[in-house]
Design a protein around this ligand. Structure first.
Ligand SMILES: [Zn+2]
Length: 534
């Protein structure tokens, strides 16, 4: 069901009339979404036949738009995975207190995460490490002075407000976090979602644990080597971890809510885990297409437009629905790529640089398809000048304001600001850095290979409580739920304007005299300056 469209605001009407920028009407975009998020696409799980079907549809549309194959096998770049599924009936978790065992209920109290290679059995004391962050360049270290040897580190997600958002996000990635904890001798991580910044309620987090995890088959990508245990703990049941430690979980959450510094101390309990995991080989693919540029020199450079096409497949039913359609996450972004490609064919506009359209797999498994693509790009890695990533941009309110992730990191952010400005849209940096969304989508892998990147999403107007509620409710109810489907209200005009901004930004980069540059003070510049070192 659509939300009824509003009339075009006057300034847009004048703008589109005088500048003739109306390449989109929202309807062609929604038509693509309707195909990719249909029930018969079964939620596009990585490695599934239905994802392959969605990808072959994408390839047919790219061909129609006159794009050329740019994968390693035609339009495809095959990617090998291992899938990991916990067998809960043969697995268990308990706390050991004063020699006595207190069994935990899987799903209610906590669950075992297969994002690491779980050891069959682990028993270890627990240490609360607060935010669990170790940031050498800021001389910030939550692990300082703690004995972690042979222990499981208990962390709460998020970061103190004293740390810059992008930097804190980077050091919360599982790779960076584990690097520091491993150095300290820890054997595992028990994570407690911060109740103040949980996107989805525990009941649905617990349901989602039934989805299989995946890792890239190539062992070079294993960055949690030595992590024997990964547990996610229900914050509503976490008080029992703190009993007898001299601190209460209430005290911790009150500080965490304010993003204040947290105390760090050993807990009075140990954790005991038994894990049985089923492993399988899985084959999936990225889809890569190019539109060659017209400038004899610059056509050897690419502006990348990326979006993940996978979602989480079929899972536990919610209100009787088992298909996790992923209409916004991320049929919506894949549809923008297809729609932009079609619009370029229609307008016949020639761009100086080449464009690369990359539809990645395995995003929902931990940004794995983009990780593979950026490690083994199908074009010269130095030829990729920028990545504009589109993931769940949420056109669910009229578009007046865009959140730009990576806004201050490179001059790509300035270009985005200019383009948005010209369309009457205000840009803002991430207003909720504690949600870590900067590292939660595929732009992050491009950044880690030195390529300036950003991602943008529709944002509520500040002070507009009704709009804020629409976003909050969307995350609580639809994010990674079967109701992220075709029966949700969308604002087609917001989608059309978003596409217009993406298209203009892409063209401005493709025709720009200089390739985008990292800002001198950007933390992420290090990946461009010292490739392969971080
Ligand atoms: Zn997702």
């Amino acid at each position: 069901m659509f939300r009824k469209l509003l009339l075009l605001p006057w300034f847009l009407a004048i703008f589109s009339f005088s500048q003739d920028t109306a390449h989109f009407d929202g309807k062609t975009w929604w038509d693509f979404v309707k195909v990719l998020a249909a029930d018969n696409m079964e939620g596009r799980e990585t490695g599934s036949a239905s994802l392959r079907r969605a990808e072959s549809y994408v390839v047919s549309q790219l061909q129609e738009a006159g794009l050329q194959p740019a994968g390693s096998d035609g339009f495809y770049q095959p990617v090998k995975f291992h899938s990991l599924q916990i067998v809960e009936k043969d697995s268990s978790l308990s706390l050991i207190r004063d020699g006595k065992t207190e069994p935990l209920t899987l799903g209610e109290d906590a669950y075992l995460s297969t994002r690491v290679d779980l050891a069959p059995e682990v028993q270890a004391p627990l240490v609360f490490v607060g935010w669990g962050l170790s940031i050498p360049e800021l001389k910030y270290d939550d692990l300082a002075g703690l004995d972690l040897s042979g222990k499981v580190a208990v962390v709460i997600s998020g970061s103190p407000s004293s740390l810059p958002g992008s930097l804190a996000a980077h050091y919360q990635s599982s790779a960076e976090r584990w690097k520091a904890l491993r150095k300290g001798g820890a054997v595992g991580i028990l994570g407690i979602p911060n109740p103040a910044s949980m996107d989805i309620p525990w009941s649905r987090i617990a349901l989602n644990r039934a989805h299989v995890s995946m890792s890239l088959a190539d062992p070079k990508f294993n960055d949690t080597d030595g992590e024997k245990l990964a547990v996610t703990f229900n914050p509503a049941h976490a008080a029992q971890l703190f009993t007898g430690s001299g601190h209460s979980f209430e005290e911790i959450t009150a500080l965490a809510k304010e993003r204040k510094p947290l105390p760090r101390f050993p807990l009075a309990v140990s954790i005991k885990a038994t894990a049985s995991v089923e492993k399988k080989d899985v084959l999936s693919a990225n889809v890569v297409a190019k539109l060659p540029g017209s400038d004899p020199e610059l056509k050897n450079e690419y502006v990348v437009l990326s979006a993940h096409i996978d979602h989480v497949g079929i899972g536990e039913p919610v209100n009787g629905d088992r298909i996790y359609n992923g209409a916004m996450d991320n049929a919506s972004g894949s549809a923008v790529l297809l729609d932009v490609a079609a619009s370029l064919k229609k307008s016949g506009q020639k761009l100086k640089r080449s464009l690369l359209f990359v539809f990645v797999t395995g995003e929902e498994k931990g940004l794995l398809g983009s990780r593979y693509f950026t490690a083994y790009p199908t074009v010269d890695p130095k030829s990729m000048v920028a990545d504009i990533n589109i993931d769940m941009f949420l056109p669910i309110v009229p578009l007046k304001r865009l959140t730009v992730l990576g806004l201050a990191e490179s001059d790509l952010g300035d270009a985005a600001r200019q383009v948005a400005d010209a369309h009457g849209v205000v840009v803002q940096a991430d207003p909720q850095p504690e949600r870590n969304i900067f590292i939660r989508s595929d732009q992050y892998n491009f950044i880690r290979h030195g390529i300036p990147a950003l991602a943008m999403g529709v944002a509520p107007e500040p002070g507009n409580a009704a709009q804020s509620k629409i976003f909050k409710d969307w995350l609580t109810q639809r994010y990674h739920a079967p109701s992220d489907d075709l029966d949700q209200p969308v604002d087609l005009q917001a989608a059309a304007l978003y596409e217009e901004i993406i298209r203009s930004l892409m063209i401005s980069v493709a025709d720009g005299a200089q390739r985008p540059q990292w800002k001198p003070d950007s933390f992420f510049r290090r990946y461009a300056d010292h490739p392969g070192q971080y």
